[in-house]
Design a protein. Sequence first.
Length: 323
Amino acid sequence: MPTLTLGRLLMGTAVESEVNHRDLSISKSALEDSLERMVEVDRLMSIFRPGSEISLVNRVAAARPVHVGEQTFRVLQEAEAISQRSNGVFDVTVYPLMQLWRASRAERRLPSPRQMDAAIARVAWSNLSLNPEGRHVRFRRSEMGIDLGGIAKGYAVDAAANSLAEAGVESGLVNAGGDLRAIGRNRDGRSWRIGLRHPLAPSRILLSVFVEDEAVATSGNYFQYFMIGGRRYGHLLNPLTGMSADVPLSATVIAESAMRADGLATAAMLHGTEALTFIQGVAGAEGIVVNPRPQDPRRVSVQITPALRGRVVLLDGSAELER
């Protein structure tokens, strides 16, 4: 069965989709349509687009309810559910903190305690009101804002994968910078073998995991970070402390949908040393957590949920699977 692959830069990352279908014209049309679905998600949910629905919410939702489309509302509802499950560690109202840290990064300085306290006070998922009747979004206090960076990319992957399935594709893969969803089995009729990067050496593959009709999302600070005073600060911020997550090194979640896996992987990272425990408490989710080994900074330990035993293969000699 012939394979057709199509790639594009979308949502700040490289997107690559693969379709295995006997008719290449169907493959081409399906791939193009699926990428357009992702473009639409970016148009609706990017904070970097002034005309997006989320940008409109951020501008006026403190003053009045804002109507949004079905897709944006669906992502906000999933974000709310993950916020509840994670006791607020995952919080899409983290926008004020994100803005503060972006300014600090540009000025190469840490936020002051006063700035941090002021930003944290404007972050609270419980102050985000979602009204299903009319799909209205409202902030219960001023100076709030939403950033869907920890969940929207996963939803975009789902939108693309659903588009492929609607076109009759029974074997395919959508990969957006590590957030991916597999459709069926690969061209050889086997489970897809997905490689996960080594968080301390991203050019190397740490391990592989076998998936089929599942989504995989990995969260970590090994690509997006900056240095101040010789210390590394990542882009994943804990809304309760205002600081970036530094343990674990990465968290991967396998779930039915990429949106859910994306949000849960972000939440797991922000749970620190309790990352795997958090994943194990979520029905329908499996996980892989990579931790540093303090006694040997060149090596890492890998934790996996029990159901993944036999599906994970270590490929790097610096890694050790915890028993």
